[in-house]
Design a binder for this molecule. Structure first.
Ligand SMILES: Nc1ncnc2c1ncn2[C@@H]1O[C@H](COP(=O)(O)OP(=O)(O)OP(=O)(O)O)[C@@H](O)[C@H]1O
Ligand SMILES: NC(=O)c1ccc[n+]([C@@H]2O[C@H](COP(=O)(O)O)[C@@H](O)[C@H]2O)c1
Length: 177
């Protein structure tokens, strides 16, 4: 059986990784969708699709499941998003998500959806990780080790601090959703 799990992974963190580890116990193969793949260099989406492909690929390398990492760009039309996903991904039998819109769209399209518990959500949240990166607070213990390496390789802290400087870029704030 093949599963599908999509996130923006800005950045990929230990909450995502816990979810992937749980999914790996239920499926033979797993497609990891890099959502909002066209977005980067903004406070909410600082990292490119390619950079997120590196974070995810290196983090799941040791898991006992075959994985495929597939960037998926956003569409203006929610009603055809599931078809768009299916056109970009290896075929899958079950989708995993805790995102209400994603759950609704897959369910309406007749795709089985499974949810997982939220792990340590007070800190394991992308917005919290990005806020820590911006203010130089400790974030490294909240992500898999390969993500630290990728952020360093791409000079990601300098990037997120620069694009979050409201004097330089006030049009895409990272306010809580
Ligand atoms: N701590 C967590 N435990 C379990 N699932 C999580 C956790 N954090 C996020 N998820 C789930 O992972 C998927 C992808 O989430 P996403 O990439 O938006 O991360 P996020 O931490 O919610 O980031 P952001 O704050 O940037 O929205 C969603 O289904 C989300 O509910
Ligand atoms: N119409 C669309 O393009 C559409 C609809 C639902 C989800 N998505 C994407 O799926 C991903 C869902 O991941 P999150 O759970 O991280 O929000 C996001 O990148 C989101 O933009 C896109």
């Amino acid at each position: 059986m093949r599963g599908f799990y999509i996130g923006r992974f800005q950045p990929y963190h230990d909450g995502h990784h816990r979810m992937v580890e749980e999914i790996a116990t239920e499926v033979d193969e797993l497609v990891l969708g890099i959502g909002s793949a066209g977005d980067s260099h903004s406070p909410r989406n600082p990292f490119t699709a390619g950079e997120r492909v590196m974070m995810v690929t290196k983090s799941v390398a040791d898991l006992d499941v075959t994985t495929y990492v597939v960037p998926i760009e956003d569409l203006d039309r929610n009603s055809v998003w599931v078809s768009h996903v299916q056109s970009m991904s290896p075929a899958f039998d079950v989708a995993y998500s805790n995102n209400p819109l994603v759950i609704q769209l897959f369910s309406e399209a007749g795709v089985e959806v499974r949810q997982s518990p939220m792990f340590n959500r007070d800190v394991l949240e992308g917005a919290e990780l990005r806020a820590r990166m911006i203010r130089d607070a400790d974030w490294r213990h909240l992500v898999p080790d390969p993500v630290v390496d990728v952020v360093e390789e791409i000079d990601g802290i300098e990037r997120i601090q620069r694009v979050s400087d409201t004097d330089a870029n006030g049009d895409d704030t990272d306010d809580p959703e």
